[in-house]
Every structure is written in C-alpha cells, then in structure tokens.
Write a new protein. Sequence first.
Length: 328
Amino acid sequence: MALDDIALEELGLAPRWVRKGVAIAAHAGAQDVAADVEPTARVAEAAAAQRTVEPAQEDAVREARAARSQQAARFEAGPASTVEPQPESLQEAKATPAISSDEPPPFTEDDFAWFDAVAEPALPADAPAPPRAPRDDIAALDWDALSERVAGCTRCRLCEKRTNTVFGVGDREADWMLIGEAPGENEDRQGEPFVGQAGKLLDNMLRALSLERSQNVYIANVIKCRPPGNRNPEPDEVARCEPYLQRQVALVKPKIIVALGRFAAQSLLKTDGSIASLRGRVHQYEGVPVIVTYHPAYLLRSLQDKSKAWADLCLARDTWRGAARVDR
Ligand code: URA
C-alpha cells in the first residue's frame, strides 16, 4: 500500500517513516518495510545487514538503535507518577513541542481519558463487569430506523443535556470501523464524531493508510451523547448505549475495528486492562477483530507515542488484509 507522505509528515512520522524508509526500502527492494513495529530501527538495521548503507545511513542505524533502547527504557520505567488530570477540553488541545528523550512522558494513555475533567475512582479488582444492556428490538433496525432511534433516544440521562446525538459517519459498507469514546463539545454541536483537532489528527492517521473517513471507513463512538462537562460516562450509560453500536457493527460488517483510546477499548472489550496491556494484540468484538490504539486527543499531547500508534495501525492493516483474504 502506498504511504501518503503528506499525512505522515503531519503525523510527525515522515522523517522517520518515509524519507529513510522509502530510500532504504527502494534500495532493498522491499516496499512494505514501514509496516514493521519499530520501523526506524528495523529498516535501518536491515539495510546495515545488507552492507548497502552509506555513511549517513550508518548514522541512521546508530541513531535508531539508540532511540529504540531509550524508548524501551522509558516504557519499562512506567508512567510518570505525579499526573494531574488535564482540565481543559482536549479537543481544543494544541500539539505541544516534542518532549526530550531524557524526560519521562508527562502522562500515559492509561492516565488519560477523553473525559478528563473528573478523576474516576478505581474499580475494585473483583468488581463485576457491567451487565450488557438488553438489545430490545434495536438489533432488527435498518440504518434509517436506527439513526432515527438514536436521534430520539431517552434511554439514559445523557439525553437531558445534549444538543445533538452523534450517530456515526462514513461508509456504511466499510471494511474499517473506528470507535471512539463519546462526543465532546464540538461533536455535540455539529452532530458528527471527531471534528476539531483530534479529528484532524485522526484524518491524517487514516490518510497515512490511504484511507479517508468517507471511503471504506466508518467512525462511531461507544456513547452517542455528550456527557455533561465531559465527565466520564457511567457504566449504565455505556450499557444502555451499547445496542446501538452493536447494531452499527452488525450493519457495517467491518473486517477490522480500531478502538481509539482506553475508554473505547475497555468498553468494547469488557475489561479494565491498561492500554499498554491491550495494544499489540488482536481482540474480538461481536466477531470482528479489534486493534487497540491511543486516542488521537492523547496523541496531540503525547507526540512520543505517535510511532506506537502507527505501529498499531500497521497491525490493524495487516489484520484487515488477513481478514479480507479469508473472505475472498
Ligand atoms: N473523542 C471521541 O472519542 N469521540 C469523538 O467523537 C470526539 C472526541
């Protein structure tokens, strides 16, 4: 698959993913090297192994190895311990300068929720999973009836404060389904998921995979109404909203689902596992393979994790390719 240079550039990955990768891949005759999990290091090392590197590429090998071991050390050290909840709407968040590789990341996705205004009490380890909501007749609705039902939904208290429901957007026959958490302020106003800064980054992530939100991608949220004040949705709100998402998945019949962020991943997978423990594996939701990655709003603030998000998308792409092959 052709990588989109501009999208990668905007993702902050171009210098590492395209310029070096393409030059070396062309040399080695390997088009898809950028799909590897630690591409910079592996591509550079592969080229070194073939003894085709020029002096500048040897530097790249050294740099890549150093970066890789630094990154590994940073993540083995674990998240920063003094993390304050981020008070302002992340949708409005501006990208912050890259953090020096000597500094630990200021927070991790596991410290982060889209609904970050209110700290959530930790669930006791033996807390029962919230019950799945009864499906009622939602499981039998067609697209029009389903979107009408969502628009008029009063199944939980979130209906009281919403401006618009946010149903979903994109290709209703897409192979790819991206699932976020819940609408923020702009989404509530516009009735569309992932508008604003996080949405722009999401569009760039898609473009890097030669995808766009209207073609072969459908985007929805676990929760269809904005929780007031961007608080975390309650388990009963998730349970009451889930039949809508289940029906959307059944209608779209995606070949791959990408769960965006901890909240979406935990809600879909019925787990309280950390994002770190959920990434890098193929899960299942309603019989569809699921890949977990960081929320784009988190990535806006945590640039050092963009390469990990790209690795997640590459895993999603490989999984999608596998699923598409089986279905052929
Ligand atoms: N964050 C989400 O998870 N979903 C949106 O639609 C917007 C922001």
